[in-house]
Each structure stands twice: as structure tokens, then as C-alpha cells.
Design a protein around this ligand. Structure first.
Ligand SMILES: NC(=O)C1=CN([C@@H]2O[C@H](COP(=O)(O)OP(=O)(O)OC[C@H]3O[C@@H](n4cnc5c(N)ncnc54)[C@H](OP(=O)(O)O)[C@@H]3O)[C@@H](O)[C@H]2O)C=CC1
Ligand SMILES: O=C1O[C@H](COP(=O)(O)O)[C@@H](O)[C@H](O)[C@H]1O
Length: 680
């Protein structure tokens, strides 16, 4: 499901019954070359994979894995199954053994340095595999000499996980802390997330999921349906309970009928749909938190405990409440409803503050009660295949890897335009409108994933480390390189609520990344609501072919002179590459054609909603698509000159017509940066 898990490439491992369940975890730090099949070498050499397996029976699988590996050291290659992730990892580490000296050395992971002579931490697999990162660092194309393959099997350790995610951090919000300084080093990112805490003594931990703000629009429209879809597909543990919480008085049955009206089964999930819905609803309860969230959260915790029983218990809270309520809810939760017997993970909704200062305050307040690794800042737009495809395309295709830099890429465009079918004003009662809603998280995360250096592994913290470096390399946006717009309300029609003057519903900008890879390449952003077209796409335009033999045929035709890679999300998911070819007939005439991978033609499945994808990631402990505090701060920092000018009314959004193209100024902005406006 998640491209970061590389599921489709995995060999299946035999289920073993074994007596090793008392081992909290097993890490095997290297496999001798001779003992590994060529296929495995290829797999591990050319990719950095998180191998997956079913979340059920995890202990029985992996506590036996070491024995089995020692006995066999042979993977049944052709028998590939789709399995879940994070139970088993292969890490490829260039040059040095990170596992033995791992700054992220999780308490969840203990390195097995035991005796078996066949397992030596000094076994290297030769140079062949290390050429898998031709774009690494600044010397694009230079492979390193040797890499090591490490196999890490993680077996559950309830106590370590509890320590890892539930203990209160030492960090306290110091009121004297200077507001506005960037949060470059949040308290601790040492923990590698894993699903390993889901089993204790061979029993699966229970999972309690609480939707705080259960009666709200988002909960009804997106969160409960996504939870049901996960439940249907078997991605929630058997002993899951779901709690709706808000201040309204409501019974369990009333909540159930409210949710029932929004549940549907996907086309590929029709079997037993009604039964599954009934099962799901039976596990759903309502809790009226009243007007004192401290009391409410204590009641919720007590209710959860009744369902959880005596074994390990994980808790996930989705805070789908208005911003004004966020701090009270999160602090009451942190004090009164964290799990004492497993992990507690907390999802918060955007906007993540409104500017550097408010975001800094919010982060500090949150981190005074909750650890960074417990926090999942969700932007559901990041749960799309298109976003995951950025990394898959980049890091698993040699046709793109060497080209991914300023030498070959002329510009990058990120376009997200919504038409009149989407709500406009009601989402923007105050704050900076589309800047906090979409630009700060969605657009900056897209650019970070597209432009970051290759992460050491696909582990969430490794990816986040690279994203934050990239975000910090983005030059602060000059107000002169930004066009803001606000759609003009039509009386009685869409958008008839008057917005505050400084609330943009359109944002276009040219930004630059000041690093060796991207120096001088414009990244163009266009994001708007109430426009003529609904489209979400990322376009990467390549430079002219040097000394092109066909220049006489190409002349000034930009389509012919520019190869393009396009990732379409809306209206149709697709990956397109524009290349030149000869038109059939006598003589040579060139055509620019699109090699088109249209998802709906190739994959006959209904695509899971992005909330489903991201909730699955949270349960899995995979945080690579969720912004860490330092990423949040770095992104606001880039935007701060623009926000400052907005505050001072030196920058006023230009009015544009509903259903139009947005402010014309945007076209001139792109021309100023040498880019032709390609959409519309
Ligand atoms: N709707 C959307 O499409 C999107 C929403 N978001 C974000 O998600 C969050 C929720 O949005 P949305 O569902 O639209 O908002 P709604 O106003 O529709 O719902 C808010 C919910 O929170 C509850 N609530 C309000 N105050 C408190 C409180 N003090 N304690 C406990 N519960 C409270 C409300 O119920 P009650 O009054 O009974 O307590 C209600 O259930 C917001 O932060 C929003 O910015 C982000 C992206 C998209
Ligand atoms: O997060 C958001 O997304 C919606 C668009 O999401 P969609 O998946 O329903 O198309 C956007 O309209 C909203 O402003 C934003 O907050």
C-alpha cells in the first residue's frame, strides 16, 4: 500500500512456530555474502527497503526468524506476497555500520551481536550494489566503493515501546523562550518508529482509536469512513475499539447511525460489506466529554481501559477539533488519557499555526506534554500516490536519478487548483487562508520530497532529516516573487461569505533552493481555489538537448525542445513523460508525444482515500509523510517575509473572478523566471 514499504518485492517467509517469544527482539546485523541468494543481493543492493509482513502473528514470525535464517539463509524468492510493513527491515548502509553506532539507536532495537560465526558484522557485499545511488550528494553519479547489507528483524518489546512513546518529555515550555527563533532541534528524534510494540507475550495489543471532534465535518466525511476502510481490509487489529468524543450529548447508537450514513464499501470490497459495517459499528462508542476536557479525557481513558483488558494497549487520538480547542484538548489528553501499557500517538490537523510565531508557540505547547515522536501532523493531500511516486520515481529508476539536478532540470512546477466544486470560504474564517491551509504543508512537503538528497534509509526519521535540510535550503520568498489573489464573492452564490482582506485564496510564487543540486532552478507554485479547472499536478521540465542534431526541426517549439515528466493527481492519476518521436511518413518530422501511465487503465482497483493511507501509516508508526516540528518551522521561515508584508498591508491579494484563471499577474511572474505557463 505504501510505496515506502516495497511490498511487492518481498519474498515470503515461512510461518514458524517457535519457542523464542521471550526474546524481545532480534537484530541480525549482516548476512554473509555466500549465504545469500543473488536475488537478495540484487534486492538489497539496489534499494533501501523496509520489508513487510502481516501485523498479525508478528511475534510468531519474527521471533523465529533468526533461527530460520540461520538454518536456511535462503529466501523463497518467487513466492511473493503482499504483506504489511515495518516488521522486518533490510538496511543498506554505506561504509559504516549504523546499526552498531546508531544515533537513532532505538530502545526498541537491540543489536544482535551474538556468536553465530556465520553472522559477522564485517561482511560486505561488493561494489556492484553501491552504485545504486548515482545522484548521492554533490558528486552526482559517483558510486561509493562498498556497502553492507544488514538485516534487522524487530521483535516486539512492549516495555521499550512504552518507554519510547508514552513517557512525558523533560522539555517544558519556558515562557521566556524567545518567540520566533526557529525550532531546529526539537527535544528528541532518537526513536525509530516501528510496529514492534504491537505484541506482548505473543498476544496482540489492543488498539483504541479516539476521534476527538467526532461530530464535526471532517470526522463524518473522512475519518470514520477511512477507519472503516482500514477495518474492512484487515488493517486494524482484531481487538480494536473506536471512540467518538465531543461536547454534544449523544448515545453510542446515535453516533453509530451518524457514522453509518457515511460508510461505503469500495467496489473491490463488496464482499460481506454489510456484516463488516455492523462489526465496525458495534466496536464504536461515543463519549460526551462535556465542557471540561480534563474530566472528559479521564472518562475516555477509563472507558478505553474497560475495553483494553489486561494486556498491552496502544492508543491513537485524532484531534479533529477547531484550532482554538487544540491546546486544551491535547494537554488534557496528555495528562489524563495516555496509554500506560503501550504507545500513544496523536494526530493533529492543519493549519500548524499561522506564521512562525504562532506555530512556534503551538509547537512548544504541544511538546511540553507530548513527545515529538508521538505527534503526527496530518495533511491528507500528502497521502496520495502522486506524492509517494515522487520518491519511488526518483530513487528506484536509473533513467531519472542521474538527471535529478540543475544540470538537467530547467524548472519544476507544482500546481494545485480547485474549481467551484470545492468549498471556498468556509475553510478560511481567519488566518492566512490558502498559505496555512495548502502552501505551508502540502506544497512545501511536495517540494521537499521532490528535491531532497537521498535519505540514508526509508525510515521516517531519515526521510524527515533530508526534508528538513531541503526546507532550510529554500531561500526566503521575496514578496516580489509572490502573487496573491482572493476570489470575488458572487452575491448569493458560491463564495458569498466575505473574507477578511488579507485572506488569500490564490498563491503563485517562484522559489529557489540554495544548494548544489538546485542552484538557479525555479520552483514554481500555483495554488488556488474557485478556479476554472480542478487539477493537481507536478511538472518537471528538462533542459534543451545540448548540440541537438534536430534543432532545425525543433526551432522554437517549446514542446519539442523540452522533455517533461508530469505526475498527475487530479483529474486522473497518471505519470507521463513527454518525448520526441518521428512522425510516420517520408522525411523527418518530429512530434512531442506523451508516454502515459494512466493508473485507472493499468490498475483495476479503487484507490484508497488518502486519509486511509495516512491513518495506516500512523498505526504502523511510519511518520515520513508527517511534518516534524523543525520542518514546520523551516517552512514558515521561508514564508515569513510574505506574511510580514501581508500584515503590513503592503501586499494585498488581487481580486479574481470565480471560475476564472486567477490573477493574470501569475503569468507574468512565471515569464519573469523564464517559464511558460503551461496549464490553462
Ligand atoms: N473539514 C475539512 O475538510 C478539513 C478540516 N481540517 C481541520 O480539521 C479540524 C476539524 O475540522 P471540521 O471537522 O471541519 O470542524 P467542525 O467545526 O465541523 O467540527 C469540530 C468538532 O470539534 C468538536 N469540538 C469543538 N470544540 C471542542 C472542544 N473544546 N473540545 C472537544 N471537542 C470540540 C465539535 O463538536 P462539539 O461542538 O460537540 O464539541 C466538532 O465535533 C480543524 O482543525 C480544521 O482546520 C483540515 C483539513 C480539512
Ligand atoms: O486539506 C485540504 O484538502 C481539501 C481538498 O481535498 P480533497 O482530497 O477533498 O480534494 C482542500 O479543499 C482543503 O482546503 C484543504 O484543507
Amino acid at each position: 500500500m505504501n510505496s515506502f514499504s516495497s511490498n511487492s518485492l518481498l519474498p515470503s517467509f515461512p510461518q514458524l512456530s517457535n519457542g523464542l517469544s521471550s526474546h524481545p527482539k532480534i537484530t541480525i546485523s549482516a548476512i554473509p555474502r555466500a549465504a545469500v541468494t543473488e536475488d537478495l543481493i540484487t534486492l538489497t543492493a539496489y534499494s533501501r527497503h523496509v520489508l513487510s509482513g502481516s501485523s498479525k502473528n508478528l511475534c510468531s514470525k519474527f521471533c523465529g526468524l533468526k533461527l530460520w535464517l540461520l538454518e536456511n539463509l535462503y529466501f523463497q524468492w518467487p513466492n511473493i506476497k503482499h504483506e504489511r510493513k515495518n516488521e522486518f527491515k533490510i538496511l543498506q548502509i554505506d561504509g559504516k555500520d549504523d546499526l552498531l553506532d546508531n544515533s537513532k539507536a532505538s530502545h526498541e532495537r537491540q543489536v544482535f551481536q551474538g556468536s553465530p560465526a556465520s553472522i559477522s558484522s564485517n561482511d560486505y557485499i561488493g561494489a556492484k550494489e553501491s552504485s545504486s545511488y548515482p545522484e548521492g550528494n554533490s558528486t552526482y553519479g559517483q558510486p561509493s566503493n562498498a556497502s553492507r547489507v544488514n538485516v534487522v528483524a524487530e521483535c516486539p518489546s512492549y516495555s521499550s515501546a512504552q518507554h519510547a512513546e508514552t513517557s512525558a518529555p523533560n522539555f517544558q515550555f519556558d515562557k521566556s523562550t524567545k518567540i520566533g527563533t526557529s525550532l531546529t532541534s526539537p527535544p528528541s528524534f532518537r526513536q525509530t518508529q516501528s510496529f514492534s510494540s504491537n505484541y506482548q507475550d505473543g498476544r496482540s495489543n489492543s488498539l483504541s482509536i479516539a476521534v476527538i471532534g467526532a461530530t464535526g465535518e471532517l470526522a463524518r466525511r473522512k475519518i470514520f469512513p477511512a477507519l472503516f476502510a482500514l477495518y474492512y481490509s484487515g488493517f486494524l487489529p482484531e481487538n480494536v475499539s473506536i471512540f467518538g468524543y465531543s461536547r454534544k450529548k449523544m448515545t453510542d447508537d446515535e453516533l453509530r447511525s451518524m457514522i453509518a450514513s457515511t460508510l461505503t464499501c469500495r467496489i473491490d470490497q463488496q464482499q460481506n460489506c454489510e456484516d463488516k459495517m455492523d462489526d465496525f459499528l458495534r466496536r464504536t462508542y461515543y463519549l460526551n466529554g462535556g465542557y471540561d476536557n480534563r474530566e472528559g479525557m479521564s472518562k475516555l481513558s477509563a472507558r478505553m481501559e474497560q475495553m483494553e483488558g489486561e494486556f498491552g494497549a496502544n492508543r491513537m487520538f485524532y484531534l479533529s477539533v477547531p484550532q482554538e480547542a487544540l491546546l486544551d484538548v491535547s494537554s488534557s489528553l496528555a495528562d489524563n488519557a495516555q496509554s500506560q501499557k503501550g504507545w500513544t500517538r496523536i494526530i493533529i490537523e492543519k493549519p500548524f499555526g499561522f506564521d512562525s510565531q504562532s506555530s512556534h508557540q503551538l509547537t512548544h505547547a504541544l511538546l511540553s506534554k507530548i513527545e515529538e515522536k508521538q505527534l503526527y501532523r496530518i495533511d491528507h493531500l500528502l497521502g496520495r500516490n502522486t506524492i509517494e511516486n515522487l520518491t519511488v520515481l526518483r530513487f528506484s529508476n536509473l533513467v531519472f536519478m542521474p538527471l535529478w539536478n540543475r544540470n538537467y532540470i530547467r524548472n519544476v512546477q507544482v500546481i494545485l487548483s480547485e474549481d467551484l466544486s470545492m468549498q471556498i470560504q468556509s475553510r478560511y474564517p481567519n488566518g492566512y487562508g490558502i498559505i496555512g491551509d495548502i502552501v505551508h504543508s502540502h506544497v512545501f512537503q511536495t517540494i521537499a520530497l521532490l528535491a531532497m538528497e537521498p535519505p540514508v534509509t526509508l525510515d521516517g526519521e531519515d526521510v524527515r532529516n533530508e526534508k528538513v535540510k531541503l526546507l532550510r535550503s529554500i531561500r526566503k520568498l521575496e514578496p516580489s516573487d509572490v502573487i496573491l489573489g482572493q476570489c470575488t464573492p458572487t452575491p448569493g452564490g458560491k463564495g458569498d461569505t466575505k473574507l477578511e482582506k488579507a485572506t488569500p485564496t490564490f498563491f503563485a510564487a517562484a522559489l529557489y533552493i540554495d544548494n548544489a543540486r538546485w542552484d538557479g532552478v525555479p520552483f514554481l507554485i500555483k495554488v488556488g481555489r474557485g478556479l476554472s479547472k480542478h487539477r493537481v499536478e507536478i511538472r518537471i521540465q528538462f533542459r534543451d538537448v545540448p548540440g541537438n542534431l534536430f534543432r532545425r526541426h525543433i526551432q522554437h517549439n517549446i514542446n519539442l525542445s523540452t522533455n517533461e515528466l508530469i505526475l498527475h493527481d487530479v483529474p486522473d492519476e497518471a505519470i507521463l513523460v513527454r518525448v520526441n518521436n518521428k512522425i510516420p511518413g517520408l522525411g523527418i518530422h518530429l512530434d512531442a508525444s506523451e508516454l502515459n501511465l494512466l493508473y485507472k487503465d493499468k490498475y483495476n482497483v479503487e484507490v484508497p482515500d488518502s486519509y486511509e493511507q495516512l491513518l495506516h501509516d500512523v498505526i504502523d508508526g511510519d511518520n515520513h509523510l508527517f511534518m516534524r516540528s523543525d520542518e514546520v518551522a523551516a517552512a514558515w521561515n521561508v514564508l515569513s517575509p510574505v506574511l510580514h508584508e501581508l500584515d503590513n498591508e503592503n501586499l494585498v491579494p488581487e481580486q479574481y473572478e470565480l471560475g476564472g484563471r486567477g490573477p493574470d499577474e501569475a503569468i507574468y511572474l512565471w515569464a519573469k523566471h523564464g517559464v511558460r505557463w503551461l496549464d490553462d
